[in-house]
Design a protein around this ligand. Structure first.
Ligand SMILES: [Zn+2]
Length: 487
């Protein structure tokens, strides 16, 4: 191991609290192969998202091809925002590699296991014929990059993940619109009308990246509501977070990015929790459209209880991701229908968090209500429960610590009985792009509620799109029907 690799391994050990995993990440050599000529528009988008998403997890990546320097800069930004030093990221060609990702071109012979990936507009492809085209639509490229990021992880950890029965892709292509039953979608101006984004975390960052890069005009009024600042662990999961973002309010940074990309879009930032925001705004003012990028079932119920007219929801849970669209009319489900409180449990949120963290219930109530950061003692309690280092939790609000623990894949390492947590930047991005597709469908009006689920290591299929029906036991739906009757 070189001195630079040893430094990386030390940083990763501190991050994951697991030597075996840190060693595996550090000793895995990945190459991103770009064409010898300038990239096409889709190829550049794909390569940028791929470089970002890979460098948030893997410390040793070589870049090869005409635009290698540009992709190295993207990767360095990602690595450094996640606390890495970036020393293992280089423009270099030193085969063989453990995994090579070739962007719309062939990799030189003898390079190692190669995954060729391409995208053009709504299309993406894997395998020997995968190509990139001239479309500036970011959806196919971002989807392809998220899937390629997942496949790299699967290749390296295939023996640990063997129970998932995910087959290698070979040759495969798809129009993303088909997966979402929306062949009619096109690249056109987006009028978001009145839209609230509750939660500006990892999945919302994925969705907002697509809006930021949407090649047509975006307009309307978008309110960003989130009480948290960027913390030191966000950089491993938040697509396109920058090192300078640490310590900034998430809503303020995202507002600046979106307004720079879309001058016609009015973005307001609200550094507060959604309940306080809605209380001040007035519960009698209906919410038109909500984008829910939240971290718990409880927080989603809080949104649903505000009875928004329409909701786009995104989620990650280990190796599964998904997005849904809720329009509770004509028998369609509302957000609460999918997150009904389990009648067989006596636990409320405080009791659940007490079980998950070991922190005293009265302290949990204060932590949730005030949004204050965790004390060193509380951080140690949580860290010992989850088997992770405590220092990265100190000063972080409980609500941002829980998703860091939950939106990670749990991996069983060989010769090590403990299960370790791995931050999956590609999973959050995947959920965010799925959420964007649901948002596009919602903006078109469309049918009542539907949800889409995906296993991050398997081929996506349109069969995982299904209609979501209202549930008779849902208190929100019965309230909505009473309101409609009395109107
Ligand atoms: Zn409902």
């Amino acid at each position: 191991m070189s001195a630079a690799e040893e430094k990386n391994a030390l940083a990763l050990k501190a991050l994951f609290g697991n030597d075996t995993l840190a060693d595996r990440l550090t000793s895995t050599h990945i190459a991103v192969v770009l064409p010898p000529e300038a990239l096409s528009a889709s190829g550049r988008l794909l390569a940028e998202v791929l470089s970002d998403v890979l460098a948030r997890l893997w410390p040793c990546i070589n870049f090869h091809g005409a635009e290698a320097d540009r992709m190295l800069a993207v990767a360095l930004n990602a690595a450094q925002s996640g606390g890495g030093n970036g020393s293992g990221l280089q423009v270099r060609w030193a085969p063989p590699y453990d995994v090579v990702v070739a962007v719309g071109c062939d990799a030189p012979a003898g390079a190692g296991y190669t995954l060729r990936v391409g995208a053009d507009g709504w299309d993406l492809a894997m395998g020997a014929d995968a190509k990139c085209g001239d479309s500036v639509n970011p959806v196919g490229p971002a989807f392809a990059a998220a899937m390629a990021g997942a496949q790299v992880f699967h290749r390296v950890f295939q023996s640990e993940l063997s129970g998932m029965a995910a087959e290698p892709f070979d040759s495969w292509h798809v129009d993303v619109r088909q997966l979402f039953g929306a062949a009619e979608l096109e690249v056109a101006d987006l009028d978001l009308g009145e839209t609230h984004a509750f939660g500006v975390g990892a999945v919302t960052h994925g969705l907002m990246w697509v809006i930021e890069h949407w090649p047509a005009q975006a307009s309307g009024a978008l309110a960003l509501v989130d009480q948290d600042k960027y913390g030191s662990s966000n950089g491993q999961r938040y697509a396109f977070m920058c090192p300078t973002d640490a310590g900034q309010m998430k809503v303020a940074t995202m507002k600046n990015r979106l307004e720079a990309a879309h001058p016609q879009l009015t973005v307001t930032d609200h550094p507060t929790d959604l309940n306080s925001y809605c209380a001040i705004r007035g519960f009698d003012r209906p919410l038109h459209r909500v984008i829910a990028g939240l971290d718990s079932a409880e927080a989603r119920r809080h949104v649903a209880f505000k009875l928004p007219e329409r909701t786009v929801n995104m989620w990650t849970a280990g190796e599964r991701i998904g997005a849904g669209r809720y329009q509770p009319t004509h028998g369609g489900a509302c957000l609460a229908c999918d997150y009904l409180e389990r009648a067989d449990t006596q636990l409320d949120e405080v009791a659940e968090l007490f079980q998950q963290t070991g922190v005293r219930p009265d302290l949990i109530r204060t932590l949730l209500d005030s949004g204050r950061g965790l004390s060193a003692e509380e951080a140690v309690t949580i860290a010992s429960r989850w088997g992770t280092p405590a220092d990265k939790f100190v000063g972080q609000p409980l609500r941002s610590v829980m998703p860091a623990l939950c939106a990670t894949g749990r991996l069983q390492m060989p010769n090590n009985p403990e299960v370790v947590d791995v931050p999956f930047a590609f999973a959050s991005l995947f959920a965010g792009i799925s959420g964007f597709m649901m948002l596009l469908k919602d903006l078109k009006g469309g049918d009542p509620s539907e949800g889409w689920t995906q296993h991050i290591f398997k081929r996506p299929t349109p069969f995982l799109l299904r209609a979501l029906h209202t549930r008779s036991e849902c208190v929100c739906c019965s309230t909505l029907s009473d309101l409609a009757t009395n109107a």
